[in-house]
Every structure is written in C-alpha cells, then in structure tokens.
Design a protein around this ligand. Sequence first.
Ligand code: GLN
Length: 232
Amino acid sequence: SDIQPVKSDYRIVSDSLFAPFEFQNSSKNYVGIDVDLMKAIAKNQKFNITMDFVGFQTAVDQTQSGHADGMIAGMSITDERKKVFDFSDPYFTANATIAVKSTTTDIKSYKDLKGKTVGVKNGTASQTFLDKNKDKYGYKLKVFDAADTMYESLNTGSIDAFMDDEPVVKYAILQGKKFATPLEPEKIGEYGFAVKKGTNPELLAMFNAGLAKLKANGEYDTIIEKYMGNTD
Ligand code: GLN
C-alpha cells in the first residue's frame, strides 16, 4: 500500500557541484543523476520537494540540524555516518580516487605523495580516508568547500593531487579536464539518500519505494544513461 507524506513540502539539500550527480547546466538550472532521481521519486510517490544546492558539508549540517528533511549528494553510506543518519537503499556504487594533472609522472602510488599537498572536499569520505592515512604517507592536506576551486588549484599547481569520487573525476576528464588517475581507487561505500537518524521515516520509505519503481520501469537506467552515456 502507498506511503503517505506527512509534510506538504520536503526540503532536500545537495552538493553545489558534483557532476554528473548535481551541477548547473548552461541555463544555470541544476540537473544531474541525483536531481533527476529525486524528482522522479517525488513524482511517482506523490510528495512535494524543494531542492537546494548548498554544498556537501552544509547539506550534512542542515540535515543534522533539521533545517533540511533529507539529502541526496552522492553521499557514501559509511558505518560512521550510520550513527547519525538513516540511509535509503543504495542507488549507485562509486569508489574514490586520487587525481593528478595528466602531465604529472612522479605520482604512481600513495608513497609518492610524500611531501606533496593533496586537496579534498570538506566532510567527504575522501577526507576521512586521507586524514587516516596522512602520517603513513606524509602528505599535507588542503581542504576545499567545493570542487571548482579544488580543480582550479590542481590546474594552477597550488595542490599536487586531489581525491574525489571516481565517476566525478572520470566525468571531469570527459569534459576536457587534463587530469589522470594513476592510483587504484578506494572503496568508500555505495551512495544513499539520507535523513537525520530517527526522523522523516515516511520520506525514507517513499524514497525506497520510488527507487524500486524506477529500477523496475527502466526510468533509473534512462537517467543514468542520460548523464553517463557509455562512459564506463
Ligand atoms: N561520496 C563522497 C562522500 O560521501 C563524496 C560526496 C560529495 O562530494 N558530494 O563523502
């Protein structure tokens, strides 16, 4: 039987730039896999949403403070986050990877990052990974709020590498960024829609029911193909 919404409008927050999951198209409208999935799920489960693209760490904070009802931001389902978030069924699998300039030849393993500066986005699973392994490999970290400034810093050479999710780096390369991914990617968990632990259970249930429907009727595949084509 159908799950009923409790609120007349659910405020969903997301990252500000995480292409192909959320990004602004040429008309400055936010599009992407997360955006299309969320809208299609709200439509087939008959609930209303407002989406705000506030950036990853801000989305985490707003969902935790109750300022937002839920978040979809290519967010990896991790054990640590499960302590404070309830996650939907996974909707995508992605690893994280180190990216360097395509002209860089001296970084082939984590050991080669010794003395180098590695960029990472605030609040991400990549940040957790890099923090944990910092002493072991001897790199410095530079934390960014958004991907555009991080990518620009690699281009200008103020960082030597950065870590981000593999499909996002691959997409950036396809869009013409001169980056390379010389290291084996790290498993950081599957993506899930998240609500603050113990809140909005009907929203989570509607997301899961909607996702199952999109997978069954082919709409999920259509959305993925629209943004990723045959890039993998
Ligand atoms: N998947 C990564 C995480 O959950 C990155 C998400 C993002 O940058 N939007 O931390």
